[in-house]
Design a protein around this ligand. Structure first.
Ligand code: NAP
Ligand code: GLV
Length: 327
């Protein structure tokens, strides 16, 4: 009797997707059944002889991993839309292993989180919550903790893709007067309904009141928000990052906040994750940090889990993936 293909799953999946995974009869599921990250050595051990893997953005997929996997591996299915944790060149060289990912299903949830952070920053919610929890509150005040509002302001989106565009669609409802975006090329189809203007990065930095980072992490975007970028931004500007932590140079950000070169930074993503509790950005009154919850809704996480299962099964059985990264 021929053996069932092995599907390695590096984490417990969201409940509905997990249930589906447990019911699969056409593969042998080998799972790190935990909500915690799988250790590197365990990952390298358990991937041996696997036909497919469902992994997370915390699992580095590189040459070492592929060598450990061996020649049976046909598909890497990541439960994320970002794939900066995957060495795509190494994947291509390793006998054409396919890469599945989870675009679209998480766009709304992540755009919602971007708006959440933008509002928290503009209305100084972190300081307000600290006032309440410290018991030093007082009630209504005409002058304490005043924020700013978006009416008539300029929104800048760096990376006008699925999430960037969905974020802009939501935020125009808050009264922004104009929308700018930067990236590798203009996208008229997305921009036209919003009246968004494609501008060079430096112009976006100089004119935007709210800058949202929505681009992928790659060689070009790593550290693009550095000292020089912060110097170009308005002193009243708010920076929101729901993309990847390494797009922002955090030392330069801290300096910019301390020098009041920008007004507030709101980060869903950091380096490292989690950011240590004693990190100065965690305690900075003008920095709001969330623990990478961009797509964290029941609906979205189950949809991501299901799409990742679909991609893995398709890759294992030689069918077209529902969502495949073209390597
Ligand atoms: P997407 O549709 O591919 O959008 C990314 C956009 O960024 C594209 O329009 C791309 O343009 C643009 N871009 C590429 N290089 C750029 C550069 N140097 N400067 C400015 N823009 C650039 O991807 P998405 O679905 O919106 O996801 C975007 C990113 O969000 C993911 O890669 C992931 O890292 C992050 N994310 C985070 C969370 C979270 O939980 N916080 C959740 C989901 C996603 P071209 O197509 O022209 O290259
Ligand atoms: C989350 O960060 C993702 O890339 O899906």
């Amino acid at each position: 009797m021929s053996r069932l293909p092995v599907l390695l799953v590096t984490r417990e999946l969201p409940s509905l997707a997990q249930k589906r995974l447990q019911g699969l009869t056409n593969v042998q599921v080998r799972q790190h059944n935990s909500i915690d990250v799988i250790g590197r050595q365990q990952l390298l051990e358990e991937v041996k002889g696997a036909d497919g893997i469902i992994c997370l953005l915390s699992d580095k997929i590189d040459t070492e991993f592929l060598q450990a996997a061996g020649s049976s591996l046909k598909v890497v299915s990541t439960v994320s839309v970002g794939y900066d944790h995957v060495d795509t060149k190494a994947l291509k060289q390793h006998g054409g292993v396919k890469l599945g990912y989870t675009p679209n299903v998480l766009t709304d949830a992540t755009a919602d989180t971007t708006v959440l952070l933008a509002l928290m920053a503009s209305r100084r919610a972190k300081e307000a919550l600290d006032i309440v929890s410290s018991g030093n509150g007082g009630g209504f005040s005409l002058s304490r903790g005043l924020g700013t509002q978006f009416t008539g302001k300029t929104l800048g989106i760096v990376g006008f893709g699925r999430i960037g565009c969905a974020t802009a669609e939501r935020l125009v409802g808050f009264g922004f007067g104009s929308v700018l975006y930067s990236g590798s090329r203009p996208n008229e189809e997305r921009a036209q309904p919003l009246g968004a203007e494609y501008v060079p990065f430096d112009r976006l930095l100089g004119e935007s009141d709210l800058v949202c980072i929505c681009c992928p992490l790659n060689d070009k975007t790593k550290g693009m928000f550095n000292k020089s970028a912060f110097e170009k931004m308005k002193r009243s500007a708010i920076l929101v990052n729901t993309a990847r932590g390494a797009i922002v140079n955090q030392d330069d950000l801290l300096e910019a906040l301390n020098k009041k070169q920008i007004a507030h930074a709101a980060l869903d993503v950091t380096v490292p994750e989690p950011l240590p509790a004693d990190h100065p950005l965690v305690h900075h009154p003008h920095c709001t940090v969330l623990p990478h919850i961009g797509s964290a809704t029941e609906e979205t996480r189950n949809a991501m889990g299901n799409l990742a299962i679909d991609n893995a099964l398709a890759g294992i059985f030689g069918e077209p993936l529902k969502a495949e990264v073209r390597l």
